[in-house]
Design a protein around this ligand. Structure first.
Ligand code: NAP
Length: 653
């Protein structure tokens, strides 16, 4: 859970300046043993105003995602900690009073110093905003409209996952009346539903959290589902959002009425009763991955034992001593297998396509008490730490994903960089598999690296597959019967329980809701299998409908969906501001603006690895092999485009 500031401690004016230090020298020294040393050195600059800590010989030597010591030698780290202990004790003794903040040029220097590369100018404003070194939440949109105008603008938000909760927070800050409709009994969306064993996030949590909420509470660097769900519950409490939420309630339909410029949102409560919520605007925050996809395998209903989807885990089924068949091994299956292998009598994993995985030794590591101490006490430590996690996953991945048409081995890789990535990933897999050519042949993917969702790996997946009581089956499934799974060669795999880790119906946005826009046009019909939205947010013919995590916004190359949601919600807030302050009725994107964006997005996607025909199965692709779920754009571009809406992009009534 998120800690409060200790009782009696003074709240600093800048929430990131740290709580006054009162600990003794030994406590501080012990805390420093855990911390990221490059981040620590930056905090010293804030504490002293002295740039010497980024201008001396002690400096990070390189950058790799989630490697937070910057490849500094143990001796250099020890020396830095010794210096830091002295500085921090003097800072404490002087009352933890900060000097004036570093000048912008020095901050600029610190940014590039931390990540060992010259961060281009265009990224600096985005990163400064993300870090909030000035303590200001720049993504909050202030509304100047009088209360009456705001009161007349009720908004319905569909879904209370990370994006719906964010929408609620921003709407509350804006003073607009709103209702969040959530089909589940609690907050979290995907983090509510996916309670399968081993479920955890794979973006570092000190970055995978709202930019404006503290991050000093995580107990693991990549927290497990209960902790993440608890985080959203706590954020909801802090922002007093719960009174606005209708739990256990599904949106059945939303119908636009041109005459009144309102949406009628029909909702169905748990007891089946339906009611209508009138809304001037609707924000869809339903996510992309929440409608389970069960495979179309003959005989699926004949299985005699329990069976369930990974996102609908049946916790009443005791797996202890059972033979378990797990069909599907993408991101979910990859986490489930290691988590249940010890418990079950036997596990058979049916994997149609092997996955690329990325070495991350810290994936299951706990956050030491020193890190939490540093996050609470060391000025701006947490903000720089956030940047350190963000930067290596920010846009660099796009270069490795870009197709070089001149590259001569398209089945293997899409470019030289992509081929090098393949070699690194393959070496990581081979090192773990050891002398087992049969297993190696099964687990090295046959498509270009990063072509599907690349998984974070600390070795637990391949360790699991190497167990005597675990089988990996790569052969296709012919059918399922009462006793278990039968593959195309006729081999039987008897099981007591079947787990379907077979993913989601990602391409069916807002499904199964009935959304009718101008002139009664149905969204499902307009979209068909090719959903699209301008910036992934607004849709022609659907005035005052805003999507969060809509078409073309999933991130396969880096960043975090929370970052993307914050971009989207700022943009949506800007649109609402245009409407409310301008006394306008409705807004929808101009058809040509939408179509141009869509054409550019599709062109861009075609030049990226995820579209490669050698990738036969991927939830990124629709039935025709086209990609509608992903963003091909640099984060810095998407951030810039969504800072505020351009009124010229819209038909405003
Ligand atoms: P997924 O990546 O779509 O994987 C589904 C698995 O089921 C794949 O192995 C797929 O094989 C297999 N499958 C599907 N239909 C099949 C069929 N008819 N016959 C045989 N196998 C079939 O779904 P997921 O694992 O639930 O992950 C979905 C997304 O959720 C991830 O990409 C990620 O974005 C997110 N997620 C994130 C985390 C995390 O943060 N750590 C964890 C879980 C999920 P093919 O590969 O051949 O299609």
């Amino acid at each position: 859970m998120m800690p409060a500031t200790p009782a009696g401690a003074a709240q600093p004016a800048n929430p990131h300046a740290g709580i006054a230090i009162t600990d003794d020298d030994a406590t501080i020294a012990a805390a420093l043993a855990d911390v990221s040393v490059p981040t620590l050195l930056l905090s010293l600059v804030h504490m002293t105003g002295d740039p010497q800590y980024v201008r001396g010989a002690l400096r990070p030597q390189g950058l790799f995602l989630n490697e937070v010591q910057g490849f500094m030698s143990p001796d250099d780290q020890a020396e830095a900690r010794r210096i830091a202990l002295d500085v921090i004790c003097r800072f404490r003794d002087a009352g933890s009073v900060l000097p004036p903040p570093p000048a912008p040029e020095l901050i600029r220097e610190m940014i590039s110093w931390l990540v060992c590369e010259d961060v281009p100018d265009e990224y600096v404003p985005m990163m400064l905003e993300e870090m909030e070194l000035d303590g200001a939440d720049a993504r909050k949109v202030a509304f100047a409209a009088p209360a009456a105008a705001r009161d007349d603008f009720p908004v319905v938000v569909i879904g209370c996952g990370q994006s719906g909760l964010l929408a609620g927070i921003r709407l509350r800050e804006a003073g607009l009346p709103f209702t969040i409709v959530e089909k589940n009994p609690g907050v979290g969306g995907t983090w509510w539903e996916n309670s399968y064993p081993g479920c955890r996030v794979d973006v570092g949590n000190h970055f995978y959290c709202y930019s404006f909420e503290p991050s000093d509470h995580w107990t693991e660097f990549f927290a497990q589902q209960p902790e993440i769900q608890a985080y959203f519950a706590e954020v909801m409490r802090r922002h007093e959002i719960e009174p606005h939420v209708r739990w256990n309630t599904e949106v059945v339909s939303a119908v636009w009425d041109d005459a009144s410029a309102r949406w009628d949102v029909t909702v169905r409560a748990a007891d089946g009763t339906e009611s209508v919520l009138p809304a001037r605007a609707v924000i869809s925050a339903v996510g992309q991955l929440n409608r389970p996809s069960l495979p179309d395998i003959a005989g699926r209903d004949r299985f005699a034992g329990p069976s369930f989807h990974s996102a609908q885990w049946d916790h009443s089924v005791d797996l202890h001593g059972k033979r378990v068949a797990m069909i599907g091994a993408g991101a979910s299956g990859f986490q489930i297998a290691p988590a249940i292998a010890d418990e079950v009598a036997h596990l058979t994993v049916f994997q149609r396509t092997a996955q690329w995985m990325f070495p991350n030794p810290n994936y299951h590591e706990r956050v030491g008490p020193g890190v939490q101490w540093a996050l609470r006490h060391l000025p701006f430590y947490g903000r720089w730490y956030r940047f350190l996690l963000f930067w290596p996953g920010c846009d660099g991945g796009l270069a490795a994903a870009r197709v070089d048409p001149a590259w001569p081995h398209p089945e293997r890789a899409v470019s030289e960089t992509n081929d090098i990535t393949r070699e690194i990933f393959t070496a990581w897999i081979a090192e773990q598999v050891g002398d087992d050519p049969e297993l190696l042949a099964k687990v090295v993917p046959d498509y270009p690296a990063t072509g599907k969702r690349t998984l974070q790996d600390n070795g637990s997946w391949l360790q699991t597959l190497r167990r005597d009581d675990v089988d990996l089956v790569r052969e296709g499934i012919d059918h399922i019967d009462e006793r278990g799974v039968v593959t195309v060669s006729g081999e039987r795999h008897d099981a007591d329980v079947i787990v379907y880790a077979t993913g989601f119906q990602a391409n069916k946005f807002l499904w199964p809701m009935e959304i009718r826009g101008r002139g009664g046009v149905r969204l499902a019909e307009q979209w068909g299998d090719e959903p699209s939205a301008y910036l992934g947010i607004t849709v022609p013919n659907f005035p005052n409908l805003f999507c969060m995590y809509g078409p073309g916004t999933n991130l396969a190359h880096g960043g975090s969906l929370i970052f993307h949601s914050e971009c989207q919600m700022r943009y949506i807030s800007g649109c609402l501001k245009l409407l409310v302050e301008g006394g306008r009725r409705s807004l929808e994107p101009r058809r040509e603006v939408h179509d141009d964006y869509d054409a550019r997005t599709q062109r861009e996607l075609e030049g990226l690895v995820w579209s490669q025909p050698s990738i036969r199965h991927s939830w990124f692709k629709n039935a025709a092999g086209r990609i509608r779920v992903l963003s091909p754009w640099r984060l810095v571009d998407y951030w810039a485009w969504t800072r505020e809406p351009n009124p010229d992009d819209f038909v405003v009534d």
